[in-house]
Ligand binder design. Structure first.
Ligand code: PBG
Length: 337
């Protein structure tokens, strides 16, 4: 089709202000970039499964595995070599029960993994642990259940306190209470302090939403959860409540607060960043990972730029620290420039 330009020519007055000038060369773009992405700000979540002799790939998270005890150490060593900020450890026990007792067992999969990883890379990066019962319970909930099947907040708090001590005794640097029980940060802080683990810090999963984007994680930790977590995780409709949760956790002694998921909740990341004076983390969760990987496999999205753009966007929204399954890969991409 031939475009018909208007008969009367448009008179263009050359713009005086030209934002494009600052975009004209890579050096200039780099000089004025407002946000940076650095390996030291990235935390790699790692899964270790009891009884494995070889790592097993998680089908819904291509490229992510459940580690054996040995392969976990290799992954942690690589994370340290790449200059990552830390690793977040998740344990998958062979046997689960209603009380999640594997979580408290000093010889349980997560407690052993903490000691292993701290021994391997403890000087080079921060070793963190997910402090929650859902990986250990046969019903898949983050706490102990009442007779009528609800999650019992205060009994669960006692279990979290003991679990925190078990992780600290195993050598962890930072625990991440992620069960969304009311008062969990205060109880964990108290349990640690009264056992003389005053130097173990707390990354509170403060604004954690009842999200469909945790889907692939259920496979990663072999969770049998039926139903949902809406009586304890937050309603995706609420942002002000996310700020409230973060402020409560800071008051209770959280050293860092976290928003989770990240991509759909960048407004919450920003609001929390503006409201607290501790570092803010954001968790780029399993479903966010799976979406990009699936689209890339179809050839519908360019994988590496999409990964870097995702992580940069989370940083730009205000996250000081980003937990992401792409942490090691992103660090390699950043090294290549
Ligand atoms: C709870 C926990 C979950 C995730 C991290 N810690 C699951 C949940 O709360 O439902 C999800 C992480 C992800 O989806 O990548 N132990």
């Amino acid at each position: 089709m031939v475009v018909d330009y208007p008969q009367v020519p448009v008179e263009v007055r050359a713009p005086v202000v030209r934002p494009r000038r600052l975009r004209s060369t890579p050096a200039l773009r780099s000089m004025v970039a407002e946000t940076g992405l650095e390996a030291r700000r990235l935390v790699l979540p790692l899964f270790v499964r009891e009884g494995l002799s070889e790592p097993v790939e998680i089908a819904s998270m291509p490229g992510v595995v459940q580690h054996s005890r040995a392969s976990l150490l290799a992954a942690a060593a690589e994370a340290a070599e790449l200059g990552l900020g830390g690793v977040m450890l998740f344990g998958v026990p062979e046997h689960k029960d209603a009380a999640g007792s594997g979580a408290l067992d000093p010889d349980g999969v997560l407690n052993l993994a903490i000691t292993d990883v701290v021994g391997e890379v403890g000087d080079a990066l921060t070793v963190m642990s997910d402090l929650c019962l859902d990986e250990f319970t046969d019903h898949g909930h983050c706490g102990l259940l009442t007779a009528d099947g609800r999650v019992d907040n205060d009994r669960t708090l006692a279990a979290y306190g003991e679990m925190a001590r078990a992780h600290a005794a195993a050598g962890v640097d930072m625990v991440g209470p992620s069960g969304m029980m009311d008062g969990q940060v205060a109880v964990v802080r108290e349990a640690l302090d009264t056992a003389e683990f005053t130097d173990v810090s707390i990354l509170a999963y403060s604004a954690k939403y009842a999200s469909a984007f945790f889907g692939p994680f259920r496979e990663a930790v072999a969770s049998s959860l039926e139903g949902d977590r809406r009586t304890y995780q937050q309603d995706p409709a609420n942002a002000v409540e996310g700020v409230r949760e973060a402020l409560l956790d800071v008051e209770q002694g959280a050293d860092l607060v976290m928003v989770k998921p990240a991509m759909g909740y960048l407004d919450v990341v920003r609001r929390v960043r503006d409201a607290v004076s501790v570092p803010v983390a954001a968790y780029n969760v399993s479903g966010e990972y799976a979406m990009v990987e699936a689209a890339a496999r179809q050839g519908w999205i360019e994988r590496e730029p999409a990964i870097l753009e995702t992580l940069l966007s989370i940083r730009r929204a205000g996250a000081d620290v980003v937990l992401t399954y792409w942490a090691a890969e992103a660090a390699r991409l950043l090294q290549r420039g």
